[in-house]
Design a protein around this ligand. Structure first.
Ligand code: ADP
Ligand code: MG
Length: 327
């Protein structure tokens, strides 16, 4: 499905890719287009390094959905997943099996990998997990928006949270549940996904609820008539490798992807200096590879966006970018 059709019909669109490639610009530009085509649109940034407000040229108070003046139907929100970092510290140095005195016994078992990843993520991982938790929370919260656009989608690493329901239904889950009868180890995990502040001792219920909300969110996220993930990349070798890995992860978790934006392309003009000509040649070579791999082999729609002379920010420039994104 073309991005245009997605913007007109889907409930959720996520823009993801490496830092600095143009995710925020593409997300904002698409959000403006959707809003101006009659869809009540919310754009949410879950990136700890926010630039949504900067991109739109407005002040966005953290955590408060703000209507964008002069653009009917557009609301923007920056959420700060870092805010409660301290609360989640526990997750980073927690090893449930060691706590249970079973560390040695189970250490060599292959299935442990996933559980360890969930419980021993380093702080950057936790950041992403919090952001993803916020995404799940939003997806599962009743709201009046026709379309929610996420600037900064979950990365391959955080997507594994979607496999929590399977994890919990297997023997690892039994271990976790056993452990939870003893204590409240997953209190921290639960707070990744809920706003609940009160200390509860009904951890098992909470875990079941968390489980259910992930299952629900997963249904929405994997449904191609509800959600699509748009990858933004630049025409460089490293970006090709990274995009390949990201796509693999998305396929693994059944998140639909049909569009890939190739951003910041030097245009073919005689004005180009030697330096820019060389860069353009490099880009064209990589664009060829991108077409070969992602378009011909994997059937993705490529959206080519030129490198503009100026920064892409605020209404006029974002509209200009929109002309290339949506055709
Ligand atoms: N096609 C483009 N031409 C010129 N500048 C661009 C283009 N796309 C993005 N930029 C600029 O690059 C910088 C990073 O873009 P941004 O959208 O914030 O990236 P990300 O969200 O992926 O980190 C911004 O200053 C933006 O204005
Ligand atoms: Mg950004």
């Amino acid at each position: 499905m073309e991005l245009k059709e997605q913007l007109l019909t889907l409930k959720i669109i996520m823009f993801g890719g490496k830092g600095g490639v143009g995710k925020t610009s593409c997300a904002t530009s698409s959000a403006i287009w959707a809003a101006e085509h009659g869809r009540n649109t919310l754009i949410i940034s879950t990136d700890p390094a926010h630039s949504l407000g900067d991109s739109l040229g407005v002040e966005l108070p953290p955590g408060i959905p703000t209507s964008i003046e002069d653009i009917e139907n557009l609301t923007a929100l920056e959420i700060n997943p870092k805010a409660n970092m301290a609360e989640f510290r526990g997750l980073t140095d927690m090893n449930p099996l060691e706590e249970m005195g079973m560390g040695d016994m189970m250490g060599g078992m292959p299935l442990l990998g996933d559980l360890e990843d969930l419980t021993s993520m380093n702080p950057p991982g936790i950041d992403e997990a919090l952001a993803f938790g916020k995404i799940l929370e939003f997806i599962e919260t009743e709201h009046d928006y026709d379309l929610v656009i996420f600037d900064t989608a979950p990365t391959g690493h955080t997507l594994r949270f979607l496999s929590l329901p399977e994890t919990l239904s297997g023997w690892i889950g039994k271990l976790i549940k056993m452990r939870m009868r003893v204590g409240n180890m997953f209190g921290t995990l639960k707070r990744l996904f809920t706003r609940e502040e009160k200390k509860t001792d009904n951890s098992l219920d909470v875990l079941e609820k968390l489980n259910q909300s992930i299952i629900n969110a997963k249904d929405d996220l994997t449904n191609p008539i509800k959600n699509s993930f748009v990858i933004v990349m630049i025409p460089e070798e490293m970006a090709i490798l990274e995009t390949g890995r990201l796509l693999n992860e998305l396929v693994k978790y059944e998140i639909p992807v049909s569009n890939i934006v190739v951003n910041q392309l030097y245009q073919d003009t005689t004005e180009l200096c030697d330096f820019c000509k060389t860069r353009r040649e490099m880009q064209q070579k990589n664009l060829g590879k991108i077409k070969e791999i992602f378009k011909n082999k994997l059937n993705k729609i490529l959206i080519e966006v030129p490198l503009f002379k100026e920064e892409v920010r605020e209404y006029e420039k974002l509209k200009e970018m929109g002309k290339f994104l949506i055709r």
